[in-house]
Design a binder for this molecule. Structure first.
Ligand SMILES: N[C@@H](CCC(=O)N[C@@H](CS)C(=O)NCC(=O)O)C(=O)O
Length: 230
């Protein structure tokens, strides 16, 4: 019998950190959380820098293996710990390629090129570091809306999830971007609204988002393993 996985996930509180918390919940895995947050100094400590020289969250440790980048963590977890009824990656070769296409589209076009640009250049967010640029943030929001037309078209046939009837990690990535856009006051496309409502009812979503909440002042940063999603 294989040994139980020894999983530790670093990072809480952002649209990127929720992705692996949610995937762990969908896969029904027990893990320990190190509830450190971005821009708190906690990603810059020597202990953390040794583990993750990129000094970013999220980061997953699986025994002595570690991996960063939220979309890669989720894909690793799915590939390694998926089980019947809990596959987060399509098996068929062409469906797999389409899944990859969605994942890259979401992390590049929707996240990095649009929403993260808004975050970097908004006065209330990271503008004090990267420069406040209202025109850039307006255009990035418009670009997000324009790119979302691909999601609108995909969901037009009434499918339950982005890839059809199978829930995949692309749904995790997309949902986090849709919620992020709503929080920034960028409207989402019509078909994405009922899609989002469906997804938010998933127990995995609810457990994952609960696990992503930052600790209240005085609460411990280490949350023991034991979270599991039946
Ligand atoms: N593309 C990366 C982005 C990770 C990232 O930028 N994380 C931010 C928080 S959302 C961070 O840790 N920044 C360093 C810090 O704030 O200390 C991913 O998806 O994991």
């Amino acid at each position: 019998m294989a040994a139980a996985p020894n999983l530790t996930l670093w990072g809480v509180g952002t649209s990127r950190t929720v992705r692996p918390h949610w995937a762990l919940a969908e896969l029904g895995l027990r893990y320990e959380t190190r509830a450190i947050g971005p821009r708190t100094g906690e990603t810059k400590t020597s202990e953390y820098t040794k583990l993750n020289p990129r000094q970013k969250v999220p980061m997953l440790q699986d025994g002595d293996f570690s991996i960063g980048e939220s979309a890669a963590i989720v894909a690793y977890l799915a590939r390694t710990y998926g089980s019947p009824g809990r596959w987060l990656i399509p098996d068929d070769k062409q469906a797999y390629a389409k899944w990859l296409e969605w994942c890259f589209f979401i992390v590049t076009e929707l996240d990095s090129t649009s929403l993260y640009v808004m975050r970097r250049h908004s006065a209330g967010a990271l503008g004090h570091i990267y420069g406040v640029a209202p025109e850039v943030t307006t255009k990035a929001g418009e670009y997000f809306r324009e790119q979302l037309r691909h999601v609108e078209v995909a969901l037009e046939d009434g499918r339950t999830f982005l890839m059809g009837e199978q829930f995949t990690s692309a749904d995790i990535l997309l949902t986090t971007c849709l919620e992020w856009a709503i929080a920034y006051g960028v409207g989402i496309c019509d078909n994405a609204k009922p899609y989002l409502e469906r997804i938010q009812l998933r127990p995995g979503y609810q457990r994952g988002t609960a696990a992503n909440v930052p600790p209240a002042p005085g609460e411990p940063v280490i949350r023991p393993a034991g979270l599991s999603c039946p």
